[in-house]
Design a protein around this ligand. Structure first.
Ligand code: NDP
Length: 292
């Protein structure tokens, strides 16, 4: 029997509805809306779509958003000046710098410059350190979305073997940390896993993924995880977003793997919509953190 489809879009809409109520409460109690400043450098079409979607999500939940568009040839110093201005602006609670940045700008320098309290993507070393120490200030958006899908679908990773494929700072490393943590802000079903993190140098990847109760694929390779790599009954979370001539697809060969898995996220309508909502969640958290 084909596995249960985990509808990320539906879960994202539920969370958005809850957030809109919390944001309205915040506005009533404090007299202003939480505010997100989005910074987009250059004209990468996918980045422009992501930033636009984030702005629309802000509108839906009642968060103010301010867009800062800079030309592709912007220099590092100029971008750092903008970040310093946004850091000092008490009307800005969260700062989002859309990645990737053009090659002349070192992303690490820019992300390190964002004030940790306004770092709603959870990329700053201070926030990553807090996360690794098990006392997160903010949860990184995509990994948080994965945990919300698990929790709100009535699934559990506790005591299970999770295999994360990918070791990026944005997805692979933080989701590995969160799944292996002793506890989770999301709930007891989202932590205490035994986690194996794999990458492009992993030997015999399929032998490892076949031992997984839960696979999280964050690779960036279309349909890379095949049915023979999945243990029957495993839960499969596909973080990948790949644009191909045939349209958008994930890192998992969805149709074939669904026949083996007990539950699976589709692409689109899987993890992607959660990422945007968790950014809204962090912007509200940032506004609360900055209350004087
Ligand atoms: P990165 O390119 O930064 O990292 C990819 C990781 O996958 C690397 O650790 C790499 O290993 C590993 N990898 C690549 N090829 C293989 C292979 N053949 N076998 C095993 N491991 C491999 O990507 P991201 O983590 O940023 O993103 C991953 C995917 O998730 C992308 O499709 C991206 O678009 C998507 N994404 C989706 C989001 C969402 O909201 N749903 C948000 C962010 C990303 P190594 O380190 O050895 O190079």
């Amino acid at each position: 029997m084909a596995g249960l489809v985990l509808d990320g879009k539906k879960i994202a809409t539920q969370i958005e509805t809850e957030l809109a109520v919390e944001v309205a409460d915040f506005v009533e109690n404090n007299g202003y809306s939480p505010t997100l400043a989005a910074v987009l450098v250059g004209d990468d079409p996918a980045s422009a779509v992501y930033v636009r979607n984030k702005g629309l999500a802000c509108d839906r939940v009642g968060i103010d958003s301010k867009m800062h568009r800079l030309p592709a040839e912007t220099g590092e110093e100029e971008l750092l000046e903008l970040i310093a201005t946004l850091n000092a602006d008490e009307n800005v609670n969260g700062i989002l710098v859309q990645l990737p940045l053009p090659p002349q700008i070192r992303a690490s320098r820019i992300l390190d410059a964002v004030h940790p309290l306004k770092d709603v993507d959870c990329f700053h070393a201070e926030n990553v350190g807090l996360l690794v120490q098990g006392r997160p200030r903010y949860l990184p958006c995509t990994p948080h979305g994965v945990l919300q899908i698990i929790d709100r679908s009535g699934l559990s990773v506790a005591g299970k073997h999770c295999v994360v494929v990918g070791r990026s700072d944005i997805v692979g490393k933080p989701i590995t940390t969160l799944l292996a943590a002793k506890d989770s802000p999301v709930g007891p079903n989202c932590c205490n896993a035994t986690v194996t993190m794999c990458h492009s140098r992993t030997a015999d990847l399929a032998a490892i993924t076949r031992t997984a109760d839960v696979i999280v694929a964050a690779i960036g390779q279309p349909k890379f995880i095949k049915a023979h790599m999945v243990k029957p009954g495993a839960i499969v979370i596909d973080v990948g977003i790949n644009r191909t001539d045939a349209g958008m697809c994930g890192d998992v060969d969805y149709d074939a793997v669904r026949e083996v898995a007990s539950a699976i996220t589709p692409v689109p309508r899987g993890v992607g919509p959660l990422t945007v909502v968790m950014l809204m969640h962090n912007t509200l958290s940032a506004a609360r953190c900055q209350l004087t």
